[in-house]
Design a protein around this ligand. Structure first.
Ligand code: KG4
Ligand code: ZN
Length: 360
């Protein structure tokens, strides 16, 4: 029997196993992370080695530098994850790994490490969509949260409103037609001279300012759940350049507060509308931008008026981490059918699969 054949048999056994320990690996961008999670919810360890300090010197992630640092870090991060979880490698039931979307070189480091480990331990390799991981971060914190719920996905690469119908299927309501919301935060912050990544810096500064600058008028879209960030981003950048050319003083805190509310208000309304239309009165936030305090507070406040409950992962589970990947791996193992394939390749543009499953 080949490894693939043996593992496909093992997957069936694991579906019915009471306690499943999954080791997750994440390396899609600038975080090298390894985590050990029991039954998708109990995090035994979640070690994250961030390269932010290295990339902030360049104002953004440099793909080649990211890959090299993943290579340098991954073995140590893996050993730390086992040590912190206080388990032996032989106790791992499966290895879950992000295979896309992300930077190809960065993904390949985690993926090849995962393949070697899964093969060496003779356990199944579970391919995980990074975005599915972000959604599953909510299951770690909220033991009672079960699908269906509406999920607002907001990260550096994605912005979408989906109805999470089951642990492994979802329906797309709307998404960005151009830039992702996190991407627009990072670009605006860069023009403002703020450190990478810009999202947390804008979040902080916005608290000191007021929403008193209108950058652009509200858009109407063919699909009422779609959004767009390219126009808003360009309007903020033009506003800053115009002020500079005229020698006018810029109140950066006001720029941040105005940008932030114009970036989120529409998105919040559309997410609530999706919740009301679907009759599902639960909303979960997912992705790095779910750490934003304005989004968390205002989504909660406005949804409460409609009797909708809002969930968001704690801060360390919002950003990229392997805990969410191990959790997604568990739900994929339990609730979907897939084949283990050691030939699995990295898929840098892996989409949100609305027909089949997020976890595909
Ligand atoms: O999910 P993530 O860690 O990586 C991707 O999968 O893309 O998201 C990173 C994004 C970056 O654009 C970063 O600026 C943004 O999340 N971000 C924030 C905040 N914290 C991180 N954006 C707004 N406010 C925050 N507090
Ligand atoms: Zn992410």
């Amino acid at each position: 029997m080949t490894y693939n054949e043996r593992m496909n048999e093992k997957l069936k056994e694991l579906k019915n196993k009471e306690k499943v320990i999954i080791l997750g690996i994440e390396s899609s961008c600038d975080e090298t992370s390894v985590s050990v999670v029991e039954n998708g919810q109990k995090v035994l360890s979640n070690v994250v080695s961030s390269q932010i300090d290295i990339h902030s010197e360049y104002g953004g992630v440099v793909p080649e530098i990211a890959s090299r640092n993943h290579i340098v870090n991954i073995d140590y991060v893996y050993k730390q994850a086992l040590e912190k979880a206080q388990i032996d490698a032989s106790e791992i039931d499966a290895v879950a790994v992000t295979y896309g979307p992300g930077l190809v070189g960065a993904l390949l480091v985690g993926l090849n490490f995962a393949k070697g480990l899964a093969y060496g331990l003779d356990v199944p390799l579970i391919p995980v969509n990074h975005i599915a991981g972000h959604i599953c971060a909510n299951f770690i914190d909220f033991i009672d949260l079960k699908p269906p719920f509406v999920c607002l996905i907001v990260s550096g690469g994605h912005t979408a409103i989906v109805l999470q119908e089951s642990y492994v299927t979802h329906k797309l309501y709307g998404s960005t037609l151009d830039d992702a919301v996190g991407e627009s935060f990072d670009k605006v912050a860069r023009i403002m001279g703020l450190k990478y990544p810009g999202g947390p810096q804008i979040d902080k500064l916005a608290k000191l300012g007021q929403n008193n600058i209108t950058f652009c008028k509200a858009h109407t879209f063919e699909n009422p759940y779609d959004v767009s960030y390219s126009g808003l981003k360009t309007a903020v950048i033009n506003y800053i350049h115009n002020c500079e050319q005229k020698g006018q003083e810029i109140n950066m805190a006001d720029v941040c507060a105005s940008f932030e509310s114009q970036a989120f208000d529409d998105l919040i309304q559309k997410t609530i509308k999706a919740s009301k239309e679907s009759g599902v009165n639960k909303i979960a936030l997912a992705g790095g931008v779910a750490a934003n305090s304005y989004l968390r507070e205002n989504m909660t406040k406005l949804a409460k008026k409609e009797n909708i409950e809002v969930y968001y992962p704690r801060m360390d589970l919002c950003g990229d981490n392997a805990g969410m990947i191990a959790s997604a791996g568990f739900y994929k193992l339990k609730y979907s059918d897939f084949e283990v394939d050691l030939k699995l390749n990295a898929q840098p543009t892996l989409p949100l699969d609305t027909k089949k499953s997020f976890l595909a």
